[in-house]
Write a protein that binds this ligand. Structure first.
Ligand code: ADP
Length: 488
C-alpha cells in the first residue's frame, strides 16, 4: 500500500493501549470491492476479547471522566489535527477497503474531522441548570455526567465519519469506548484509533474489536448484554438496529440508533430545475448511492416530469464509473456481491412491473461489483424499489399531480430519516417542511449533513441525534441535586 506513513496500516485490534491479535489467533480477510483482491486481514475477535476490551474501558473511566472538559478537549483537538495531517493516507486506506473514489474518501475524512473539531469545543459546554425551588430553604440544580462505557458499532459506508461522529462526543462527555467497525472496513478504523493513541488519549479510553460479519453476533451480543457497557451507539440497517435494541433491553442500556432511510426527493412545478437536477445528482450518487440519506423515491410534478427525468438521465450517463484509485472516478463499486445483486434485483423487478430505463440498468465493465448510474421512470408502488432501500446508484422517478398527494406518498414508508424538496413558493415550503415525517428535511438542498446540525431519524429510522449540541447529550446522564436546609 502506497502510504506516506506505512505504520498507519494496522491489522490488529486495540485493547488497553496495545495492538493485539485475537486470543484465538483467528483472522478474517478484508477484500477490495473494486477488484476482489485482499487488502489485509484482521483478528476475528470473540466474546473473550470483547470482555477484555470492556474491562479496559471500564478501568479507564474513572480517570477520564474526572478530567475537566477542557483537558479532554485538548486530547480531542490533537486527534483532530492528526486526522487532517494524515488525510491522504486515511483516504487511500478507505478507498482500498470501501471502494469509494479517492476524492470522496478525502471529502469523508474532512467531514469526519468536523466532528472532532466540534466536540473538542462541546467538551467544555456540558452545562447543567439551576431550577427555582417551590419550597422554602431548598435549592435545586442539575449536573451532567458521562454515561459510562459505550459500545460503538459502525457501518462500512462511511468508515471514518461514523466513528468520529460517535467517538468524539463520547470522549468529550467523559465516556470510554469499545469500537466495533464493520468487517469490510476495519482499516480506516484502526488508522483512526492509532492517531487517537498518538494524540495521547490514555490507555483503555479507546478500544477496538474486529470480527468477521459471519461471527459478528459473538461480539455484538457481549457489547449489548454486558452490564458494564452502559450505552450502545449504532449506525446501520434497521433490522440489525432492532436486534441490538432487543438485546440491550435486558440491561436497560441507553441507545442511539441511526438506521435505514428511504428518502423522498420532491420536485415541485415551481422549482428551479437546474438546481433540482444538481441537488439530485449530488444526493443520489455520493458513495454510489450507498447512503442512508440518499433519495430512494424522486417525485416530480407531472408538468416537468419528462424534462427533469431526461436531464437527470443525461447527467447520470456522464458520470465516470471506475476503480476509486483511477483519476476522475465518480462512481465506485458496490460493497459486496450481495449488495450488487440487490441493486440488480430491484431494477429487474421494477422493469418487469413496467418501469422504463432512461440510462444504465446494467453492470459496468469496470468490474463485477460496479453498477451503472441508472435512471428509471414510470415507477409505481408495486415495485420493491418503492419501499425497500436499494443502496445503489439507481434513481427511480415517480410522477405526481398535487401537493397533498405527494406528501401522502412521501410519508408512506416505515422510514423517517431524511426528505428533500425543491420549491420557490414560501407558503408551500413551510407547509411541506412541516408535513414531511422525517428527522431532517433539505429545502432546495440535496446534501445537508453538517456537524452543527442534529442528524437523525424518526419512525424506524432511529432514535437520537448526532452532531450539534444534541450530539453530546447522547453520552450524558442528567443528575438532579436537591439541597435542603439552606435557610434556618
Ligand atoms: P449494512 O446493511 O449497512 O451493512 P448492518 O446493519 O448489517 O448494515 O451493519 C452495520 C454494523 O452492524 C456493522 O458493523 C456490522 O458488523 C454490525 N452488525 C451486524 N449484525 C450485528 C449483530 N448481530 N450484532 C452486532 N453488530 C452487528
Amino acid at each position: 500500500m502506497d502510504l506516506k506513513d506505512k505504520s498507519l496500516f494496522i491489522q490488529k485490534c486495540f485493547i488497553d493501549g496495545h495492538w493485539l491479535d485475537a486470543e484465538s489467533k483467528e483472522i478474517f480477510d478484508v477484500m477490495n470491492p473494486s477488484d476482489q483482491t485482499k487488502v489485509g486481514t484482521m483478528p476475528n475477535c470473540s466474546k473473550k476479547d470483547t470482555v477484555k476490551a470492556i474491562e479496559a474501558a471500564k478501568k479507564s473511566w474513572n480517570n477520564w471522566k474526572k478530567l475537566t472538559g477542557k483537558e479532554r478537549s485538548i486530547f480531542i483537538r490533537k486527534w483532530h489535527n492528526l486526522i487532517l495531517e494524515n488525510i491522504d493516507d486515511l483516504a487511500l486506506i478507505m478507498t482500498l477497503e470501501n471502494g469509494k473514489p479517492i476524492n470522496d474518501s478525502k471529502a469523508e475524512i474532512t467531514y469526519a474531522s468536523w466532528f472532532t473539531d466540534w466536540f473538542a469545543e462541546e467538551a467544555k459546554r456540558t452545562y447543567g441548570k439551576t431550577i427555582p425551588s417551590t419550597m422554602q430553604g431548598r435549592r435545586i440544580i442539575t449536573i451532567k455526567q458521562s454515561v459510562g462505557v459505550c459500545g460503538i458499532i459502525t457501518p462500512w459506508n462511511f468508515p471514518a465519519a461514523m466513528i468520529t461522529r460517535k467517538v468524539a462526543p463520547a470522549l468529550a462527555a467523559g465516556c470510554p469506548v469499545v469500537i466495533k467497525p464493520a468487517g469490510s472496513t476495519p482499516f480506516t478504523a484502526t488508522a483512526l484509533v492509532e492517531l487517537a493513541n498518538r494524540a495521547g488519549i490514555p490507555d483503555g479510553v479507546i478500544n477496538l474489536i474486529s470480527v468477521s460479519e459471519k461471527d459478528v453476533a459473538n461480539v455484538g451480543d457481549e457489547l449489548c448484554e454486558n452490564l458494564n457497557v452502559r450505552k450502545i451507539s449504532f449506525t446501520g440497517s434497521t433490522n440489525v438496529g432492532k436486534i441490538l435494541m432487543s438485546k440491550t433491553a435486558g440491561t436497560v442500556k441507553r441507545v442511539s440508533m441511526e438506521l435505514g432511510g428511504h428518502a423522498p426527493f420532491i420536485v415541485f412545478e415551481d422549482a428551479d430545475l437546474d438546481e433540482a437536477v444538481i441537488g439530485a445528482m449530488a444526493n443520489k450518487y455520493r458513495n454510489s448511492g450507498q447512503v442512508c440519506v440518499s433519495a430512494n423515491r424522486i417525485y416530480v410534478h407531472e408538468s416537468i416530469y419528462d424534462e427533469f427525468s431526461n436531464r437527470l438521465a443525461e447527467k447520470s450517463s456522464q458520470l465516470k464509473v471506475a476503480d476509486g484509485r483511477t483519476e476522475g472516478s465518480q462512481i465506485g463499486p458496490l460493497i459486496t456481491p450481495q449488495a450488487f445483486k440487490k441493486v440488480e434485483e430491484h431494477v429487474e423487478d421494477a422493469v418487469e412491473k413496467g418501469a422504463k430505463i432512461l440510462t444504465g440498468g446494467t453492470n459496468d465493465n469496470s468490474g463485477v461489483q460496479f453498477y451503472k448510474p441508472t435512471v428509471l421512470t414510470d415507477i409505481n408502488n408495486n415495485m420493491k424499489i418503492y419501499y425497500e432501500e436499494t443502496f445503489g446508484p439507481v434513481a427511480p422517478i415517480i410522477k405526481f399531480k398535487n401537493e397533498n398527494e405527494v406528501i401522502e406518498m412521501a410519508n408512506d414508508t416505515k422510514y423517517g430519516l431524511a426528505g428533500y424538496f425543491y420549491s420557490r413558493d414560501i407558503g408551500k415550503i413551510w407547509r411541506v417542511a412541516e408535513a414531511l415525517e422525517y428527522g431532517m428535511v433539505g429545502i432546495n438542498a440535496g446534501v445537508i449533513s453538517t456537524e452543527v446540525a442534529p442528524f437523525g431519524g424518526i419512525k424506524e429510522s432511529g432514535i437520537g441525534r448526532e452532531g450539534a449540541e444534541e450530539g453530546i447529550e447522547e453520552y450524558l446522564e442528567i443528575k438532579y441535586l436537591c439541597f435542603d436546609g439552606v435557610e434556618k
